[in-house]
Design a protein around this ligand. Structure first.
Ligand code: PXP
Length: 258
């Protein structure tokens, strides 16, 4: 299983002080030496963490392939077409959200998304669509011509945290926190089964499959065991762990779980 390390949170720490440290560019060599397979960054419309000059330097100097997450916003798509990372993962984006809270709307008529995918392909950038694990979304992604899909694992991560009791705060509140454990367990197993089923189906129709969001050292193993998923993109938990053990060790520990 490949690991894409999302290094946005290094820039989050820098932006807390609006100075130059820590510089996400310095993570590239460490990620490579620790066994990461890809660098993932999110160039948000509001540039709240990764800035254009970070993304430009990361794409230019990264020894690993770069997966750039972005919304269908004109100036960001222009940037991606100009700087040509290996892959662009299109995500939904709301200014007020703390992080990407759900999958992209891909079903129905999507002329804007179709146009953006065409532009990215013309610029020789692979396209991935960040979608909820739903059969209609998989089919729509295929029909839109994406090479990759990335399943949003936020719902899985929340169910896992609720079941195993380490839920403190979650961005994706599930209606009732008072569900009987039996029911929670069934929901968690059903979510995993859905991810397995859809990953197999996606591979069967020649889509490449990634997954990410909310994955951590506790919950990653069942997802890493899904054979049709090729790659996981993980950020927050790795950067959080690196505060205590260093980035190199945090990546190696995660890589060992995959
Ligand atoms: N994949 C995508 C498409 C994302 O938007 C994010 C969050 O930026 C991640 C993976 C990583 O999520 P986390 O930081 O929760 O590991």
């Amino acid at each position: 299983m490949k690991l894409g390390v999302n290094i946005d949170h290094i820039a989050v720490l820098r932006e807390a002080r609006k100075i130059n440290d820590p510089d996400p560019l310095q993570a590239l060599g460490i990620c490579q030496r620790a066994g990461a397979d890809q660098i993932t960054i999110h160039l948000r419309e509001d540039r709240r963490h990764i800035h254009d000059k970070d993304a430009e330097a990361i794409i230019r100097h990264s020894p690993l392939p770069v997966n750039l997450e972005c919304a269908v916003s004109e100036d960001v798509i222009d940037f991606v077409c100009r700087h040509q990372p290996l892959r662009a993962t299109i995500v939904p984006e709301k200014r007020e959200e703390v992080t990407t809270e759900g999958g992209l709307a891909v079903t129905g008529d999507q002329p804007r998304l179709r146009e953006v995918i065409r532009r990215l392909h013309d610029a020789e950038v692979e396209v991935s669509l960040f979608i909820d694990p739903h059969p209609d979304a998989v089919l729509a992604a295929k029909e839109l011509g994406a090479e990759w899909i990335e399943f949003h694992t936020g719902h899985y991560a929340n169910l896992f945290a609720m079941f195993y009791g380490n839920l403190r705060r979650t961005r994706h509140r599930i209606e009732s926190l008072d569900l009987p454990r039996r029911e929670l367990k069934a929901m968690l197993e059903e979510e995993l089964e859905q991810l397995r089923r859809l990953a197999d189906h996606a591979r069967g129709i020649h889509l490449r499959v990634a997954a990410g969001h909310g994955l951590n050292y506790q919950n990653v193993t069942p997802i890493a065991q899904i054979r049709s998923i090729e790659e996981l993109n993980i950020g927050q938990s790795i950067v959080a762990r690196s505060v205590f053990v260093g980035l190199d060790a945090a990546i190696r520990e995660m890589k060992a779980l995959l």
